[in-house]
Design a protein. Sequence first.
Length: 260
Amino acid sequence: MTAGTRGGGGAGLPAVSPEAPPLRGTPWIAQDWLDVVFVHWRVDVSAVAPLLPAGASPDTMAPDGTDDGTTTWVGLIGFRFTETRFPPLGRLGRAGRIGDFVEVNVRVYTRDDQGRRGVAFLSLDAGKLLPTLGARVATGLPYWWAHAAIRKSDGRVGYAMRRHGTHLRSAFDVRVGDVVAEPTPLETFLTARWGMHVRRVGATRYWPNEHESWPLHRASLVSLRDDLVAAAGLPFGLSGLEPDSVLYSPGVTTRFGRGR
């Protein structure tokens, strides 16, 4: 595939790879991300661009896998964090049950002038207070404390959350389908994101990450009711529309390098 034709390579960028580039040095944090549900809607870049950190612009891909320069994506993602550890601290770096919680986040897709592709998180709602505070202080990400839970049964996976101190809620339930033997260019674009752009203390940092290639299943939406997408500044009513992509993964082990 040539850049700018398949794999969302516009502006001279290479195609999105399902395999992560290796991190430089020792990861500062590692986590298991389990029972991941990806719900996505396509939007025009004009809906996303004003919400991005300085230096980042919307990454684009049309549903057919070509880069039309105008189509980007909004993701509502639910998953479980487990086995959080800080490798530089060795045995002392295991968070134990404090680091096990459910998260629901809203994210969009980014690239920068250095050719780095990633995500920008518009909100992250986590089910435990201490990790919420720690992540917000350490990274500058817009974490919020919420009541969050997962339910699994009969081939279905569902997430439900309510942000403390507000009326904001999100609940979605999917039926897990067939294994994805070979992801489409769009499915790779939406899941294989090897870093995040984060605005903190007047500067935008890029935090790289790596993990094995996503084991993916296609999925179908059973139900969805969401306030988070609109609360993040995205078009009102977007999450009331039928999603353009729904995927599930049993999970991966993710490692983050330091921001730069």
